[in-house]
Design a protein around this ligand. Structure first.
Ligand code: FE2
Length: 485
């Protein structure tokens, strides 16, 4: 085989992507791929998953994200090789008495009215006099609405987080004082930062997630979240979607074909990492969101002790600027489902439990007789929207860090000013919408809203009046509205 002797390959292994902001952080790429990673060479067993003697005397532990028996193409699991198995963390969990998100999701209120919130600024009023300066992701996340029941693994919850400090805050000398770790037994978290980036530490590695990106932490994976803008005095703010059913995945593409929307190659996965326990005597607490409540136990060593892993049940992140948007290039515009980034499949054929949809900067190039903003509509699905940056072409007063809610069958559409402006626009040229990045969590569920959502000082009491400027009209002389103009 003389030819093979002349072949010279680069010993690069998997192609790794360096984080564009943190050059010491590397990722694998490719949605739902199987990867393997090790912090030291030789830590990953070869040829089998569970050898009698694991390299470096590590322990082997399988983490199953789907039932053992799920079909192969849907099966998700990862093998972890760690300094201590998770079962070794002593003490039982105690009920903290607190709900994650500060509210019992089962006791919310169903309300059909269209709602909007100005940018959420603080959760202090819900902290019983706490200044809020020590709010981290766990105690600074506020439930807006939820539906379903994590106990039967069906439903969703939507939150905003308003944080000022890390889950692992540091002393002035840089050493960690108290460390808080968490995992979610109830479902997957999708984190969407809007103000300030996140350092998301997990058992499998670290993700750096900036506004304009999102990450998913699947059910059960231990994580801790630090803030990239701490010390600036600014709030870290963002949105959270939680799905209790299955897992978030990419939407089917149907006639679109094999490319487009969020391309699988752009999803980034962490590489193995373990925590340097620089101050091993610091207090460590592991929280478990289980049945909507927070359970806690103190632990003696860091759960970030995985020296190697392989599998496909992993956290990941995605940069929304890579989304390949598709829409009509003739007339009308297509339903907003065309902008779906991720979906969680529901019980009814073709109906999502929840879609994550974006309205990114994009060309609008339909014919001159197309009304370009979203049309007036009523929808059997419930639409929760937020804004990462900029503005939205159908509404004034919808601001970054704020939100809106149009529940099942609640009529909505462009406000009067936006309607008149768009109807008068001759649309003679393709235009590039570059004014903002909005998103929508569109769910088949009705949301039970919390007191935080209904009574928050940021709720816009005037929102329902935005359609008041749309007169009742039928002008018999304007069968062809452009005649005479
Ligand atoms: Fe809508």
């Amino acid at each position: 085989m003389g030819d093979s002797e002349t072949i010279k390959q680069q010993p690069a292994g998997h192609v790794c992507h360096r984080d564009k902001h943190c050059p010491d952080i590397f990722y694998f790429s490719g949605f739902d791929n199987t990867f393997e990673s090790e912090t030291v060479e030789g830590a990953l067993p070869r040829g089998r998953n569970s050898p009698r003697k694991v390299p470096f005397d590590l322990y082997a532990e399988q983490m199953s994200g789907t039932a053992f028996t799920r079909p192969r193409h849907l099966n998700q699991r990862t093998w972890l090789y760690r300094k201590q198995p998770s079962a070794a963390f002593k003490h039982t969990f105690d009920d903290t008495g607190n709900f994650f998100g500060k509210a019992d999701p089962a006791r919310g209120t169903l309300d059909p009215n269209a709602m909007r919130w100005m940018p959420f600024e603080t959760s202090d009023e819900y902290q019983d006099g706490d200044s809020g300066s020590d709010t981290n992701f766990m105690n600074g996340t506020c439930l807006l609405g939820a539906s379903g029941d994590p106990a039967v693994k069906n439903g969703i919850a939507i939150y905003v987080y308003l944080c000022k400090t890390d889950m692992s805050p540091r002393d002035s000398d840089g050493s960690v004082t108290d460390s808080y770790y968490m995992y979610n037994s109830d479902g997957d978290f999708l984190l969407l930062p809007q103000e300030g980036g996140l350092e998301v530490r997990t058992e499998m590695g670290v993700l750096i997630v900036h506004p304009g990106e999102f990450c998913v932490i699947p059910r059960g994976i231990v994580f801790s979240i630090n803030l990239l803008n701490k010390g600036t005095g600014k709030l870290s703010r963002g949105y959270v979607l939680e799905v209790f059913k299955g897992h978030l995945t990419l939407p089917e593409l149907g006639p679109v074909g094999s490319n487009g929307l969020a391309n699988a190659r752009d999803f980034l996965y962490p590489t193995a990492w373990s925590e340097n326990e620089e101050k091993p005597t610091c207090n460590k607490t592991l929280y478990n969101k289980f049945g909507s409540k927070l359970w806690a136990k103190s632990i003696e060593t860091s759960p970030f002790n995985v020296m190697a892993w392989h599998g496909n049940y992993l956290p990941y992140k995605y940069d929304l600027s890579k989304f390949c948007a598709i829409n009509s290039v003739t007339y009308d515009h297509i339903d907003p489902s065309i902008y779906t980034v991720m979906t969680c499949v529901g019980d009814e054929t073709g109906t999502a439990l929840c879609d994550f949809v974006i309205f990114p900067p994009r060309w609008m190039s339909t014919d001159p007789d197309t009304f370009r903003p979203p049309w007036f509509h009523r929808n059997c699905m419930t639409e929760f929207m937020g804004l990462i940056w900029g503005g939205y072409d159908a509404k004034k007063g919808f601001l970054p860090g704020g939100a809106s809610l149009h529940s099942c069958m609640t009529p909505h559409g462009p406000d009067a000013a936006s309607y008149d402006k768009a109807a008068a626009d001759p649309c003679e040229q393709p235009t590039f919408f570059s004014q903002g990045l909005a998103f929508m969590f569109e769910t088949t569920c009705m949301l039970r809203l919390t007191d935080f959502a209904l009574n928050h000082k940021c709720r816009d009491a005037e929102y329902g009046f935005c359609w008041d400027g749309l007169p009742n009209r039928f002008d018999e002389g304007r069968k062809n509205p452009d005649d005479g103009e």
